[in-house]
Design a protein around this ligand. Structure first.
Ligand code: ZN
Ligand code: ZN
Length: 137
């Protein structure tokens, strides 16, 4: 898959049978539809899960940031803020192909979700460790 930001080939990253596409150049991450949910579940953060359908129901974010094209269908994606008011702005494909996170945004989202979840120390550190390894550096 080609990165929607820098148009370079992305790399496939695997975590507990979830395959993500990651761009080494801009550190962006593509989640196919359903993969965000799977990742949150794998991290024991099931109650925080958001489906792509939920995300697409959110209002379009007000921003001057350039629209990004979906790496699958090439249609302009919708910018939405997830994780509450002070959440992260992501790009979602309106045809439900998936979600795009710019560099650092996945880690930001997990921090927000982890802060809301209680009694999840172990799985939290596990998933944070993975995300830090892959996306944090
Ligand atoms: Zn890139
Ligand atoms: Zn698409």
């Amino acid at each position: 898959m080609i990165c929607p930001v820098c148009k370079k080939d992305m790399f496939v990253v695997e975590y507990k049978q979830i395959e993500l596409d990651y761009c080494h150049s801009c550190k962006g991450v593509w989640f196919d539809a359903g993969e965000l949910e799977l990742l949150l579940e794998a991290g024991g953060l099931k109650e925080a899960k958001q489906t792509l359908g939920d995300v697409l129901k959110l209002p379009e974010a007000r921003t001057s940031e350039k629209k990004r094209r979906c790496p699958i269908c090439t249609i302009n994606m919708k910018k939405v803020v997830i994780g509450g008011e002070k959440g992260v702005m992501i790009d979602a494909c309106i045809r439900h192909d998936g979600l795009w996170f710019d560099g650092g945004e996945v880690a930001d989202l997990i921090k927000i979700i982890s802060a809301k979840a209680t009694g999840k120390k172990e799985t939290e550190s596990e998933i944070m460790g993975f995300l830090k390894d892959v996306f944090g550096g």
